[in-house]
Write a new protein. Structure first.
Length: 560
C-alpha cells in the first residue's frame, strides 16, 4: 500500500518543521545544552506539527550521536522510532484512552527503565479529552516523575486543560502556518514527487487549508489522484467546489452597490445550479474580508491573485467603511451549516445589508424670527412661576437668526441671567417655546452622575425620578411626583458630599453655580397623602371593619 503524502513527508528533524521556527529553535537549544524538561505541553491548531515535533524530540533526547540538538536520524534508536517499533516511545490517544484506569495503568508502567535509550517518552495526544479523575491521576505523576520519563502533551483546545496540569509543563504554542509558507511547501513537495502544479492551484490549496499543512497535503494528494499532472487551477476549483467563486464575487459587488434585485437573482441562480450554499457563503465572506483589508490598506497574505486583488480594490474604493462593516456583520450572522440549500438566510442578509441603520436625528427647534434691530426682543414667558425680580432681556441680532444658533439653555433654565447663559449664541425666543420631548441638558447631568454614589443611594437613579425642573434666583428646584422620592433626595442634599456632587454636575452643564432645592410637583400636597394602596377597595373595606394601616412599602428608586 502506498504511503500517503503527509506521512511520507512528515518532518524528521526540528529544522524541517514548517512555520514553527521559534518553537523548534528553543527545543533544539534545550537538547544541545542538556536542559530537557520532564513535561512539555504543545498547543495549537490541527496540522501545525505538534505530534511530529514530539516524535522528533523523542529521537533527539535518545539519539546515539545528536548534532547540535538534532537527531542524526541514522542510529538504531532513531530508525526504530521512525519505523514505529521503539519500546521507549509510547503514544497514547487521549480521545479513546481517557479514563482514570488508563492513566493508572500508565502510572504503574512509568517506573520501568528505558529499553534502549536514555529516556522513555510518553506522548499523550488530544490530552484535553481526559476526564477530570484522569487528570487528577496524571497530576501526581507530573509532579514527581521518574528521572528517565519525559511527558509531551499535545492539544488543540488548551482551555480545556486544567491549570494544575499546565503549570507543571513547559508550554509551547504552535501557530497557524502562513499561506505563502504552505504554498512554497506544496510546491516543493509536488516537485519532489515529479508533479507539475500551477501556482494558482497551489494558492487555492493553501487558502482552503486554513493554516494546516497536513490538510493542504491531503487535498493536494486528492487532486493529483483525481486529475493527475499537470494540475490546473480550474481542476482544483472543481475539486473544492469553488466554481461558484466568481458568482460569489458578483454577489459581493451587488451587495456593496446596494443592488438588491441583481443580488437576489445571483443567489437563486446559484441555488438552482445545485451549488452548496455553505461553500458559497464562505466564498462571499472571504471576498468581503478581503475588501475590508484592502479598504484598510492591509493586503498581506490575502491569498488572492493580482486580478482578484485589483477588482477588490475597485470595490473598496466605491464603498464607505461603515457600509462595509455593516455588510460583514450582517453576512457573518448567516448560519448555513444546518441547511446547505435554503436561500432565505442569504436573501435576508442581502436585503438587510442594503438597509443601513439610520443615525439618530437630533431635531432642533427652528430659529425664531428676530425683531427689528431698533426694537428689543420681548422676554420669554417662563413655564414656571415668575421670579421675584424682573426678567432681563437681550437685544436681537441684526437680521434673521443664523441657522447654526441651535444651542442654548434647557427649557427649564429660561430664568438664567444673561451672564450664566452658555453658549452665547443662544437667542431668546419672542414667546415661550412648547416643552420639548427630549431634554439633552438634563440627560447630560444624569450622565455625569451615572456612577456617583450618595450617602445611601445612587444619585443618578434618584434624579431620574425628578419630573420637573425650575431655575429661579440662582436656585434649581427639583420637583418629584412622590413624597418618598422627594424625601430621599432631601436626605442626600443634606449630606455635604452628595450636594457638592450634584452642584458640580449642574455647574459643568449650565455654566454657573446653583443651589439645589426639592419640592413636589404642582398639584401634589405637601402634607400626608393617601397612597395607591390605601385607595384600594380591599383596604377601604378592611378599615371599615376596624383595621388600620401599620406600615407601607414603596418600590425603591431605579438606581443605576
Amino acid at each position: 500500500m502506498a504511503e500517503v503524502l503527509y506521512r511520507k513527508w512528515r518532518p524528521r528533524r526540528l529544522d524541517q518543521v514548517v512555520g514553527q521556527e521559534a518553537v523548534t529553535q528553543t527545543l533544539r537549544n534545550a537538547v544541545s545544552l542538556g536542559r530537557v524538561a520532564h513535561a512539555y505541553l504543545f498547543t495549537g491548531p490541527r496540522g501545525t506539527g505538534k505530534t511530529s515535533t514530539a516524535r522528533i524530540m523523542a529521537k533527539a533526547v535518545n539519539c546515539r550521536d545528536p548534532q547540535e540538538g538534532e537527531p542524526d536520524d541514522t542510529c538504531d534508536i532513531c530508525l526504530s522510532i521512525n519505523e514505529g517499533r521503539s519500546l521507549d516511545l509510547i503514544e497514547i490517544d487521549a480521545a479513546s484512552n481517557r479514563g482514570i484506569d488508563d492513566i493508572r495503568d500508565l502510572r504503574d508502567k512509568v517506573g520501568y527503565t528505558p529499553h534502549e535509550g536514555q529516556y522513555k517518552v510518553y506522548i499523550i495526544d488530544e490530552v484535553h479529552m481526559l476526564t477530570e479523575p484522569a487528570f487528577n491521576a496524571l497530576l501526581k505523576t507530573l509532579e514527581e516523575p521518574p528521572a528517565h520519563a519525559i511527558f509531551i502533551l499535545a492539544t488543540t483546545e488548551i482551555h480545556k486543560v486544567p491549570l494544575t496540569i499546565i503549570s507543571r509543563c513547559q508550554r509551547y504554542d504552535f501557530r497557524r502556518i502562513p499561506l505563502d509558507t504552505i504554498q512554497m511547501q506544496l510546491d516543493k513537495l509536488a516537485t519532489a514527487e515529479g508533479y507539475q502544479v500551477e501556482p494558482g492551484a497551489l494558492a487555492l490549496l493553501a487558502r482552503s487549508s486554513s493554516g494546516s499543512l497536513r490538510d493542504a497535503e491531503n487535498i493536494l494528494e486528492q487532486a493529483l489522484v483525481s486529475y493527475g499532472s499537470p494540475l490546473t487551477e480550474t481542476q482544483v476549483r472543481d475539486l473544492l467546489e469553488m466554481g461558484s467563486d466568481e458568482r460569489a464575487f458578483d454577489l459581493v459587488k451587488h451587495v456593496l452597490n446596494k443592488e438588491t434585485k441583481e443580488g437576489l437573482t445571483v443567489i437563486n441562480e446559484v441555488a438552482s445550479e445545485g451549488v452548496d450554499l455553505r461553500q458559497f457563503h464562505r466564498a462571499v465572506m472571504d471576498y468581503l474580508r478581503g475588501t475590508l483589508l484592502i479598504k484598510s490598506s492591509v493586503e498581506a497574505s490575502l491569498g488572492f491573485t493580482e486580478e482578484v486583488k485589483a477588482e477588490l480594490r475597485s470595490s473598496a474604493d466605491n464603498v464607505t467603511l461603515d457600509h462595509l462593516v455593516h455588510t460583514l456583520k450582517t453576512f457573518s450572522k448567516v448560519d448555513a451549516r444546518r441547511d446547505g440549500v435554503a436561500t432565505l438566510p442569504l436573501e435576508m442578509a442581502l436585503v438587510e445589508s442594503s438597509i443601513m441603520p439610520e443615525a439618530p436625528v437630533v431635531v432642533a427647534a427652528a430659529a425664531p424670527q428676530a425683531a427689528p434691530a431698533a426694537a428689543p426682543a420681548r422676554p420669554a414667558q417662563p413655564s414656571s412661576p415668575p421670579p421675584s425680580r424682573p426678567q432681563p432681556t437681550r437685544p436681537a441680532s441684526n437680521g434673521a437668526a443664523s441657522s447654526n444658533d441651535r444651542s442654548g439653555p434647557p427649557p427649564w433654565a429660561t430664568d438664567l441671567p444673561p451672564e450664566a447663559r452658555a453658549p452665547s449664541t443662544y437667542q431668546q425666543p419672542a414667546q415661550a417655546s412648547p416643552p420639548r420631548q427630549a431634554d439633552p441638558e438634563w440627560e447630560q447631568i444624569l450622565k455625569l452622575l451615572r456612577r456617583a454614589k450618595g450617602n445611601k443611594y445612587n444619585l443618578s437613579g434618584l434624579l431620574r425620578d425628578c419630573r420637573e425642573r425650575q431655575i429661579a434666583d440662582g436656585t434649581l428646584t427639583l420637583k418629584f411626583a412622590h413624597r418618598s422620592h422627594m424625601e430621599r433626595m432631601e436626605e442626600e442634599i443634606g449630606d455635604p458630599n452628595s450636594r457638592r456632587l450634584i452642584e458640580d454636575a449642574v455647574q459643568k452643564v449650565l455654566g454657573s453655580e446653583h443651589k439645589i432645592k426639592v419640592a413636589l410637583v404642582d398639584g401634589q400636597s405637601n402634607g400626608p397623602r393617601e397612597s395607591v394602596a390605601q385607595k384600594s377597595h380591599l383596604v377601604r373595606a378592611a378599615r371599615m371593619m376596624g383595621a388600620r394601616v401599620i406600615s407601607e412599602k414603596e418600590e425603591p428608586p431605579n438606581d443605576e
